[in-house]
Design a protein around this ligand. Sequence first.
Ligand SMILES: NC(=O)c1ccc[n+]([C@@H]2O[C@H](COP(=O)([O-])OP(=O)(O)OC[C@H]3O[C@@H](n4cnc5c(N)ncnc54)[C@H](OP(=O)(O)O)[C@@H]3O)[C@@H](O)[C@H]2O)c1
Length: 333
Amino acid sequence: MKNRFWRIERRPEGTDFSSALALVEAPLAPLGAGEIRIRNSHLSMDAGTRMWLTAREDGYQPPLPVGGPMTGLVLGEVIESRAEGFVPGDLVRAFGQWADISTLDAAGSGAIVLDPSVSDRRAWLGPLGMNGWTALWGVAHTGAAKPGEKVLVSAAAGATGMLAVQIARLLGCEAWGIAGGAAKCAYLTETLRIAGAVDYKAGDVAAQLDAAGGFDVYFDNVGGALLDEVLTRMNHYGRIAVCGLLADYAGGGRTSPRAFDQVLMRRLRVEGFFSPDFMHEGPALTRRLREWSEAGELVMPYDMTYGLENTLTAYAKLFTGANIGKVIVELES
Ligand SMILES: NC(=O)c1ccc[n+]([C@@H]2O[C@H](COP(=O)([O-])OP(=O)(O)OC[C@H]3O[C@@H](n4cnc5c(N)ncnc54)[C@H](OP(=O)(O)O)[C@@H]3O)[C@@H](O)[C@H]2O)c1
């Protein structure tokens, strides 16, 4: 059987993904011991994967090799299994390939058999997925947000940030978001009913942040110049939960805050966190997220693209800001 997959031909420049990745076809190799094969129904578009496409060796994981398949979170049914605990027909989420069919080592890929009774399976890539786990962990654990505290989240209209602001609100905090553009800010304040939004593309970010007042927790998805603006507006003993560094992913730069002195002046705690480190907490995190989701308290709009051949258009949205909510590619069944 032949399989279509996206192959990394070279390292991308900026958001020019079509020069860097090619949709190719190759026969499937026989399944090895411990491996499973999934017919992908949905591909999760995740901004953090942009860093894996760079050559940097000092990231939290090695770069994806040029010549190999593009890797990311996928959702689909098992069609063949040589791994214990997985049988054909199981609905599974795993780190697989941007392909019609993913072949993966069940243990090494974080493959999890999912409850098929969840009415919209896309939730397994959104509120009940890595974005949900990351948002809950970052707000409640790394950020240690307490009721009544003021929590600010960057990239707040994207998948991870949107869950983080809602979770902060559900935990009794005053939630604020930073996002690009009036439509995104209106979505945050009017639809998600958070306390306020800062439009970082609208000009005077410093004045907008000043009007909002000091923050106890900053859930940072961006780094870069925005981090400097926020450092000088943190309350004493505040926490900065470093989730992502979007400002640096495409250009390969490195966030170097000029206002780092504020960590001492305001006695801040700055801590990075990374979802594979708390995979073992997944079932407990999922239970809590599922309760909120099923009660309609945690919402997620999906930005859908259809067809494997259109994957790169969907992926670019994460870096141009064209999305509100979770970007997903749905494949033909
Ligand atoms: N630590 C972890 O374990 C972990 C796990 C999952 C995700 N993450 C991080 O979470 C962040 C969001 O990822 P996601 O997959 O959920 O994507 P997303 O938020 O759905 O999409 C990315 C959004 O970020 C904003 N953005 C892009 N470039 C930006 C820039 N240079 N400056 C400011 N904002 C920018 C855009 O919105 P605007 O229109 O507002 O610019 C865009 O819509 C990433 O940093 C990712 O690495 C971390």
